[in-house]
Design a protein around this ligand. Structure first.
Ligand SMILES: [Zn+2]
Length: 300
């Protein structure tokens, strides 16, 4: 059994502390994965406070958000401008690439993308991707080969802008199989590798799932006859849940599960069918996320 392992890095704190922690843990287990970096200003505090409404407060309590994310993340960019992550922490990002992991773009400004994607025009989207690509290319010494939008907030405009960059694939949605996205009846050239498994914050505290049985639950939904793609967060599994994640890797190894960077899941392109993206609400996550939906007549 194989799991494509993806690590999203959303914040300065996640990059500064979570990324080196995960790089070390993955080295101990001899695992290579895909890291997706946010490299522009860290305004995530603004994002989290913007969501202060009853159901989000409940989620904060359920997941113990301050211990999960840290007060500095909750406040970052709220009262003072957020630091530009790539300018301060380039060597940490570079060390991940040097260790043999796949490195992709997550965001220029993670907060701005999540807050404004619904009103961003093609030029706004292009500029955001371009700024992130420029920063990450400078850090890595070569362009990243893949990307994953923040919060699975993708749309047809994003898919069309993705094509203008040298990506081998994008991972912008939730779904169940690798596919070529179809926009305006045209099958695009860059495949999507969807995330198939839920994230920690989506399921913890629901249906009797706690830190005690979380790893067992996750391993129970990994199946041999399906695409398995897991997203973890540098801010969560890399810091507050680090020892639990270390144990997860150990338990997975005992079950004969191996982990690969997402790029290694890419099949022969002839085997990859078309699909479209639709916004949907999913359990445990606020607002819409892009989901893979079967393309009715096989595409063009
Ligand atoms: Zn993210």
């Amino acid at each position: 059994m194989i799991i494509g392992l993806r690590i999203d890095v959303d914040t300065y704190r996640g990059t500064r502390y979570g990324v080196p922690n995960l790089r070390n843990v993955l080295a101990e287990h001899a695992i290579r994965a895909s890291f997706f970096f946010s490299v522009g200003p860290d305004n995530m505090g603004r994002h989290l406070w913007r969501l202060l409404r009853p159901e989000f407060l409940l989620k904060m309590l359920r997941t113990k958000a301050t211990s999960l994310y840290g007060w500095d993340i909750l406040l970052k960019g709220t009262f003072w401008p957020g630091p530009v992550i790539g300018e301060r922490l380039g060597p940490i990002i570079r060390s991940v690439s040097d260790a043999g992991h796949e490195c992709g773009l997550h965001a220029w400004d993670h907060h701005a993308w999540q807050a404004h994607i619904d009103t961003m025009d093609p030029d706004d989207i292009h500029q955001s991707l371009r700024r992130g690509m420029k920063m990450l290319t400078g850090i890595l010494g070569h362009p990243p080969s893949c990307s994953a939008v923040p919060g699975w907030k993708c749309n047809d405009l994003v898919l069309m802008e993705n094509e203008k960059f040298p990506f081998h694939y994008n991972s912008d949605c939730r779904g169940n199989g690798i596919f070529y996205p179809v926009v305006k009846k045209r099958k695009l050239s860059v495949p999507q590798i969807p995330v198939t498994l839920p994230t920690y914050d989506e399921i913890i505290g629901h249906r009797g799932i706690s830190d005690k049985n979380y790893n067992d639950y996750m391993l129970s939904i990994v199946k041999p006859d399906q695409l398995n793609v897991l997203t973890i967060h540098a801010e969560v599994e890399g810091i507050s849940c680090l020892s639990m994640f270390d144990r997860f890797l150990e338990m997975a190894r005992e079950k004969g599960i191996s982990f690969v960077p997402l790029g290694e899941l890419l099949p022969e392109s002839s085997k990859t069918g078309p699909a479209i993206l639709v916004p949907k609400e999913i359990r445990g996550r606020h607002g819409w996320v892009s989901c893979q939906e079967k393309f009715p007549d096989g595409g063009s």
